[in-house]
Design a binder for this molecule. Structure first.
Ligand code: AMP
Length: 280
């Protein structure tokens, strides 16, 4: 496994790979890796050459967010990746990524203004722009993103479709702790006393799935059931909790088999997001 830190080094390694015309699989991450990230690298299986990037992208954090305290665990990350079937890890610096400027960005449009985009207005422009830059630098055939960040996955699919980029996007299932909490680099910030309350979100989404199986049809009724489940955890507060259609990210009056249950809660200083299909 090779590790490169600059665009020049990346180019000199990849030139040979591009010339060989092999299939390149790519997993962009912000590091602080866990099983969820590793599961994405395993979805690159059918590719001949596998690239992972580790870059905590400052442009997707608002000034009041947690950029400075975002976990950085590069040595552990590289040790974990060295046990997987990874060929190249790209760890650019902020200077390497943005040295030529940050005036031009990719705007996510309407789908990027709701839910996560309403709460974090610059977030998705930052994500799409850095993913675009990484795609141009790595030139992958396949790129893998987690369903954990479902709105991000939908926007990346939309971006490559609307901008005609020749990269196939794969979505990886959310990997969870044994009690159902979706793995996240930010879970380490949960205090011991807050850890139990973090379960409010996955429990609420499961309650939504159960309500759908029982025959509930209206999104409003479904939302009520999910909110009730969160109230069983007094330390958790809800940012949003509902069902949406993945194509538009609109909330249907009555949900369908293709709808997705999505939610975000806060527990202490930690913000958690999660989602599940209406029926598994
Ligand atoms: P991050 O490092 O948080 O930017 O995440 C990098 C990639 O890993 C994104 O595509 C995430 O959606 C994905 N990811 C994060 N957590 C999980 C998880 N628990 N299961 C599967 N994929 C995940």
């Amino acid at each position: 496994m090779q590790v490169v830190r600059s665009l020049d080094e990346l180019n000199s390694v990849l030139e040979v790979v591009w010339a060989a015309a092999v299939r390149i699989g790519f997993v962009p991450t912000m590091g602080a890796l866990h099983e969820g990230h590793l599961s994405l690298t395993r979805l690159c299986g059918p590719c001949d050459y596998r690239v992972v990037s580790i870059f905590v992208n400052p442009t997707q954090f608002a000034p009041n967010e947690d950029l400075s305290r975002y976990p950085r665990t590069l040595d552990e990350d590289l040790a974990m990746l060295s046990r997987e079937n990874i060929d190249l890890v790209y760890v650019p610096s902020v200077e390497d990524m943005y040295g030529s400027g940050v005036q031009i960005s990719i705007q996510p449009g309407e789908m990027g203004k709701v839910f996560e985009g309403a709460i974090r207005p610059e977030h998705f422009a930052g994500v799409l722009t850095v993913v675009g830059k990484l795609f141009h630098r790595v030139k992958p055939d396949v790129a893998v993103f987690g369903e954990k960040d479902f709105q991000q996955l939908c926007l990346i699919r939309k971006m490559v479709k609307e901008l005609d980029w020749p990269v196939q996007i794969l979505g990886g299932k959310t990997i969870r702790e044994s009690d159902g909490l979706a793995m996240s680099s930010r879970n380490r910030f949960l205090k011991q006393s807050e850890r139990a309350s973090a379960l409010a979100l996955s429990r609420a989404l499961r309650r939504g799935q159960e309500a759908a199986i029982r025959g509930v049809k209206s999104t409003e009724e479904l939302r009520g059931e999910m909110m009730q489940a969160v109230r069983e955890f007094p330390a958790a507060t809800v940012d949003y909790l509902t069902a949406i259609e993945p194509e538009s990210y609109a909330e249907p009056l009555e949900f369908s088999a293709t709808s997705r249950l999505i939610g975000a809660i806060r527990v202490g200083s930690v913000r958690l997001i999660d989602n599940m299909p209406i029926c598994e």
